[in-house]
Design a protein. Structure first.
Lengths: 239, 410
């Protein structure tokens, strides 16, 4: 699903030149839940931005769902962000003045084709994260965990190939964080490909595989075996 | 729905959800459009009033009289001087600029008009058909003299309203035959009531008018004219046309420089022409002011939108992550500028025309409400929205999504 080969990214702000990624190579299979771990400054946010087609590498190759995006232009990358990717952010990034429902429909605004019954699809997506009853609420009327679930519904509405999450539990209390993580686990079990960036080891335990990034390189890789068997369905039970 | 339509709808619901932002932006433009609309409404009203004055007072007319004396008001006696001829009228028509209608005029007092046992003595005029328009007269019943009446030297007459009432107290003058100096004339029409002139000497309602050919060959039986009247296409050109007429007639009549002329060219006092000039200068000034106000309104929109681009960089980044192309983002901000401008324009045009109409109703200014301010406001707001929206829209499109999403706080 994702092929990254010798990816480099350098930020130039004269006279400084900071090499953030120094040749990153890895693959993510379809339906795999991969966590990228690293300290701050390790380059994980930059890597996630490149994977999310929000930033472009200086060198190397990035193939997403069979298409090489290493040199793609803005329109092509925007269309792919819309169709193939779903984003979940640490700060949720919901439109404050818009209801949960309208937030979830946001990606449909930028769809190539007429999305048809946008509200109906958004309601389904909210139902999938257990928030159908909160559809008319503004983000300020929702708890942090609920806001993040709205964001997940928004990420799912276009049925993306890959969901990218950047510290999705970083702004949540422990309980809400666990619930969100269970939703991710469940999505992966249902065949969705997930890439999650975090510095929190306890989150990594729920993934299939962990990539450790340090100073712009992958320095370690481990497969997690413990998560699947007998894991309680928890909050994601209805997915 | 196309993507643009979806974005436009999204902008409308965002503006609806956050009215204070839009209200602040449209305020400046609303003021500009209000001033502009008021200027247009009052300008049109003023123009109409002045044109009405021109109409009423014949300010676009020049009169040439036989005889060299200065005659401000109608002379007590008709001149009978043998100085003006019809060829002078044709020469004016052909050679004087800004002249569009010319009529040679004969007149004579002491003409008897008789119908059955009723009789009166009045003043008769022999005129050409353009005379009616030149003198801003009109016919209430029947019709005025025609070119074929001229060609036929027809014995037809149009009666002043006093003459008609005296001879036909029961009405129905048109189509009857009256005797003018003992010859039968068919009544073709009756003038509308006009009243006496300012000096009270010349009563417009106490006269009969016949074709010039008829008066020259039959009624008065002489070729000389008392007057030539002509209409000038532009009130402001009256002095120039009058001057050229003086020069032309001096040459035609062989008047040597320094010698007194045997004619007198009377032009309307130029006060109202000056008023028209003043009014158009004033409205040009107000127009300039309102254009400045509009530009200021546009700048307000632009600056507030540029500020909002920085405030909303996180939102822009989010939309980019959700699949918005750079062009979708610039379109969003352009639509926002356009909608705000149109809303401001709608408020402005409503307020401006209402204020101008109220001033008109209160008698402070002349006003006339037409579709013009609405059309002008629509065009102005679309142009302003686009022109002043482009800069913030381009800035919004250049926001780096990766950097903007890193911003703190939800």
């Amino acid at each position: 699903m994702i092929e990254v080969e010798d990816l480099t990214r350098t930020y130039r702000r004269a006279p400084l030149e900071t090499q953030v990624l120094r040749g990153v190579t890895f693959r993510v299979r379809r339906g795999e839940f991969v966590v990228i771990m690293g300290r701050s400054g390790s380059g994980k946010s930059t890597l996630l931005n490149i994977l999310g087609l929000l930033d472009q590498p200086n060198g190397g190759r990035y193939v997403l769902d069979g298409t090489d995006f290493s040199r793609a232009g803005d329109d092509e990358r925007s269309a792919a962000r819309n169709r193939k990717l779903g984003f979940v952010f640490q700060q949720f990034h919901l439109l404050e003045r818009a209801s949960a429902l309208r937030n979830v429909t946001l990606p449909l605004l930028y769809a190539e084709q007429d999305p048809g019954d946008a509200a109906g699809r958004a309601e389904q997506a909210l139902q999938a994260v257990g928030l159908a009853h909160r559809a008319r609420h503004l983000p300020s009327e929702l708890s942090g965990g609920e806001q993040q679930r709205v964001a997940i519904a928004r990420a799912l509405i276009n049925d993306p190939a890959v969901i990218l999450a950047d510290e999705p539990t970083g702004n949540l209390d422990a309980q809400s964080g666990r619930e969100i993580l269970e939703i991710f686990r469940h999505l992966a079990d249902a065949g969705r490909t997930l890439v999650l960036v975090t510095h929190d080891r306890s989150i990594a335990a729920r993934a299939d595989r962990i990539l450790v990034l340090d100073a712009g390189r992958i320095v370690g890789q481990e497969t997690v075996a413990s998560h699947a068997a007998g894991a309680p369905p928890g909050a994601a039970g209805h997915l | 729905m196309s993507r643009s339509q979806r974005i436009a709808r999204d902008v409308l619901s965002s503006l609806a959800a956050q009215r204070s932002r839009g209200l602040l932006m449209m305020l400046g433009l609303a003021v500009g459009v209000a001033v502009l609309s008021a200027v247009i409404v009052i300008g049109q009203g003023t123009r109409e009033r002045i044109l009405g004055l021109v109409e009423q007072h014949g300010l676009d007319m020049v009169m040439v009289r036989a005889g060299g004396d200065v005659q401000v008001f109608a002379p007590q006696a008709d001149s009978g001087l043998a100085s003006l001829v019809e060829a002078d009228a044709r020469a004016i028509e052909a050679e004087v600029p800004y002249v569009d209608l010319v009529s040679a005029v004969q007149n004579q007092r002491g003409i008897s008009v008789v119908y059955e046992d009723r009789a009166l003595i009045t003043r008769a005029f022999g005129v050409e058909p353009p005379w009616l328009a030149i003198r801003h007269r009109d016919v209430a019943d029947g019709e005025f003299l025609s070119e074929s009446d001229m060609a036929a030297m027809a014995r037809v007459a149009v009666l002043g309203v006093k003459v008609a009432r005296a001879l036909f107290p029961e009405g129905g003058a048109v189509g009857r035959t009256v005797r003018i100096n003992n010859d039968p004339y068919m009544v073709k029409g009756v003038f509308i009531e006009l009243g006496a002139d300012a000096a009270g000497i010349d009563d417009w309602d106490d006269r009969v008018v016949v074709p010039l050919t008829t008066s020259a060959r039959r009624l008065f039986n002489r070729p000389y004219l008392e007057q030539i009247v002509f209409r000038v296409t532009d009130v402001r050109r009256v002095p120039e046309a009058a001057g050229r007429t003086r020069d032309l007639l001096a040459v035609r009549h062989g008047i040597a420089p320094g010698q007194p002329p045997d004619f007198f060219v009377r032009e309307p006092e130029d006060i109202e022409g000056a008023a028209l000039d003043t009014a158009s200068t004033l409205s040009a000034l107000l127009l300039a002011i309102s254009l400045v106000a509009l530009a200021a309104g546009g700048l307000v929109i632009m600056n507030l939108m540029v500020a909002s681009v920085s405030q909303r960089s996180r939102e822009i980044g989010l939309r980019r992550a959700m699949g918005a192309r750079a062009t979708d983002i610039s379109r969003q901000f352009l639509f926002e500028a356009l909608f705000v401008a149109l809303a401001g324009g709608a408020v402005g045009v409503a307020a401006g025309t209402a204020i101008a109409a109220a001033l008109g109703a209160a008698g402070i200014a002349s006003s006339r409400v037409t579709w013009v301010p609405f059309a002008v406001a629509l065009v102005a707001c679309v142009v302003i929205g686009l022109v002043f929206g482009i800069h913030p829209a381009r800035r919004a499109a250049r926001v780096d999504p990766a950097a903007s999403l890193r911003g703190r706080a939800a």
